[in-house]
Design a protein. Sequence first.
Length: 422
Amino acid sequence: MHGVLAELRATAATRPLWIWGAGNQGRGICSVLQGHGVPLAGFLDQAADRLAGRVMGLPVAEPSRVLNALDGVASSQRPFVVIASWFFEAEIAQRLRAAGLGEHDDFIGYSRLKPVDYSVDIVGVCNLKCLACPRASRAPSDGKLGMMSLETFRLVLDKILAESPFVGNLQLYQWGEPVLHPQLPEIVEHARSRGVLCAISSNLNADVDYARILSARPEWLRISTSGWGEGYEMTHARGRWPRFLEHLREVATLRRTLHPEMKIEVYYHLYKHSVGDSLARFQALCDELGLELHPIPAYLISLDDVLGYCEGRPLPEPARQAAEQLLVSLEDGLAAAYRERHRGCDVLRCVNINWDTSVSQCMLYYDSVGNTVAPSYLEIPLERIQALRHAADLCRRCTRYGLHQYCASYARMEPVSEAASA
Ligand code: SF4
Ligand code: SF4
């Protein structure tokens, strides 16, 4: 048994072991720990009230409920916490320390437990051309066309599990629309049969069999949107609002019957046009459908364009149009990222495997030229892949402007309450 697993099992024999984070990463860790017979007390999650009390058969508690009850508890009986958040690991660790818990003795960080995460971009196409996405300005022939077969996915998963025993969840998207894959249900089912839970993301514009997809039980679905009606169609270019709305209602209904525990996160991009009344109407819709709305300031998704801008090149026209609509401007986003440049790059921990099994240097860059470290993931050991990635020139250029913190900086901003009343 893996050394950390053995330690956790010994700890859980005498102390309540909680996983902080009931999202994709937390559920993946839960799957691995349960698969190895490690008893768990449950999940801690800020959104406990929205999670109907239980996830994967375990209770979900608001973190302060556990942290505020530590007085007088002997150290041998204190809760032990496994942090299951990639983006907010440092913030959660800080909160645990403030509550009097110590690293190693009382909690373990996500990066120590799971040094590598994976994204498998099983589909190399998308049906939309969102203004902020590089797909809006790149020709479809730019090496991004194709789909990973089920057979290849099986081989990829075999290698992932052989090299990274703590992987219990996989993201099946990066620059593609996974619901377009005709074998998505089989891929999700196969992963689940190996103890790996899948996260998918969708723009919900494709007319596909959502019942078949949800029946395969993906664990997490992110739905991306940006406004209401015409505003949505402007930034989610080529998207059709009525079709999106119809599929949103359909998926919400299907979840109730097919997979009630599946987490659905509506990832709502805040632009100038999507705040105020649009956001309020969308919130009301999510309340009606029982969906979790996650508003986040929109940003230019591809770091290729942002790095080009920093290095003095003009933004492609769609990205320029998107930048004009940003609620938090590109300049403000860059300044926030630059302030955080002392932080390390978490993205280096994520290995992005494209549909053709090539491995990206960085999942946040779209263009494959200069961003491919291995032509085939299947033929190169993980250790070698990571060594190549850690030595790449792209990272030097990127960190010079703090761009390794660019997306995370937007994710950390919380202008939501102001936006709602704008
Ligand atoms: S942002 Fe997502 S949905 Fe929009 S074009 Fe890019 S990949 Fe497609
Ligand atoms: S430093 Fe930049 S290019 Fe390198 S992995 Fe991090 S985000 Fe990507």
